[in-house]
Design a protein around this ligand. Structure first.
Ligand code: NAD
Ligand code: ZN
Ligand code: ZN
Length: 334
């Protein structure tokens, strides 16, 4: 089968590999769609300070597919059904999994990050990582639900705990950010989007931002709005946006960091201490939250923007994503 594999810094290509067979407790999926995440670019271009997992590795951690074969110990009636893949997998046994924080599982290998993922015709995954796709949710939407939507939902609804009527600033209206805007809007927040591209600002307004501004035009020394800013979500995460987030948030507010644009960054100690600004980290989401976001998509509450392209074009779309030339989340179809 064809698979897009990461061999080491700067070396990512489509190759022929053996079709995997499902091991004990696993299911083989025929991939229907796999979303392209900016995190893949950080991995390929060695921007995360070294990659801790063995290579070569098939990337692709936003997966939807159809079960075509079951391994030993797995109910064969799963065959023929459509599933979204819960990427962190979660062992179900460790202290984090037992506490419902399976995004932080210490025992399982994240799919497409630490074990082979979905930029391929087939992928073998643990059966407990499968979440059924509701009728009415398309394959591409189900794929991007597993990260672009799930991560945004986890960060705003459950880490920053955005409340109705609060004001939320979203920095970066890209693959994640356009979903984050919708989540904040659905909760009932007033939403301000910041990006550097006019087209992204247009899309941000289209997807529900009350206000969309060029982040470079924002003077952090002057109040951005005539209302307090309760939450700033940084979906870019470079040094400049992390500082901007800390400067923009009001006294007593929360900054939630999602973007991995740089692995370091400065803390504004006086703001954090004297103004009681909370700095929160947010990673992916939980399996229970994935079921929730699939339900929200099925009911039309969230409408993840996604466009599909053939898996054979993956290198082209990776390059476009790097140049900021992708409008919607891209999902690759083998
Ligand atoms: P993307 O490329 O689709 O979107 C990034 C957006 O940020 C683009 O619209 C771009 O124009 C905008 N941008 C760039 N510089 C900016 C600036 N200075 N000010 C405002 N906007 C700016 O990327 P994505 O797939 O949405 O991922 C965003 C980030 O989130 C990446 O760093 C990715 O690795 C990270 N991520 C984190 C998690 C997590 O669990 N924490 C999960 C998925 C992705
Ligand atoms: Zn991702
Ligand atoms: Zn676990």
């Amino acid at each position: 089968m064809r698979a897009a594999r990461f061999f080491g810094p700067g070396d990512f290509r489509l190759v022929e590999v053996e079709r995997p067979s499902p091991g004990p407790g696993e299911v083989l999926l025929r991939v229907r769609a796999a979303g392209l995440c900016h995190s893949d670019l950080h991995i390929i271009h060695d921007e995360l300070g070294g990659y801790p997992f063995p290579v070569p590795l098939t990337l692709g951690h936003e997966i939807a597919g159809e079960a075509v074969e079951t391994g030993p110990g797995v109910d064969p009636s799963l065959i023929g059904r459509r599933f979204a893949v819960f990427g962190p997998a979660g062992c179900g046994q460790c202290a984090f999994c037992r506490a419902g924080r399976d995004n932080l599982c210490t025992e399982s290998l994240a799919i497409g990050l630490a074990r082979d993922g979905g930029y391929a015709e087939f992928v073998a995954v643990p059966a407990h990582a499968l979440v059924p796709v509701p009728d009415g949710v398309g394959d591409a939407e189900a794929a991007v639900a597993t990260d672009a939507v799930l991560t945004s939902f986890h960060a705003l609804a459950n880490v920053a705990r955005v409340r109705p009527g609060e004001t939320v600033v979203i920095i970066g209206a890209g693959g994640l950010g356009l979903n984050a805007i919708q989540v904040a809007r659905a909760i009932g927040a007033y939403v301000v989007a910041l990006d550097v591209q006019p087209r992204k600002l247009e899309l941000a307004r289209q997807f529900g931002a009350d206000l969309a501004l060029d982040s470079r035009s924002v003077d952090p020394e002057k109040p951005l709005l005539d209302r307090r800013i309760d939450v700033v979500g940084d979906f870019v995460g470079n040094d400049a946006t992390k500082l901007l987030a800390q400067r923009l948030v009001s006294r007593g507010g929360r900054v939630v960091l999602v973007g991995l644009g740089s692995v370091a960054g400065s803390l504004l100690g006086l703001r954090i201490v004297a103004d009681e600004v909370a700095i929160l980290g947010s990673f992916w989401g939980t399996r229970a939250e994935l079921a929730t976001v699939l339900d929200l998509i099925g009911r039309g509450v969230l409408r993840p923007p996604v466009e599909t392209h053939p898996l054979d074009e993956i290198l082209t779309w990776m390059q476009r994503l790097r140049e900021g030339a992708v409008e919607h989340r891209v999902a690759l179809v083998p």
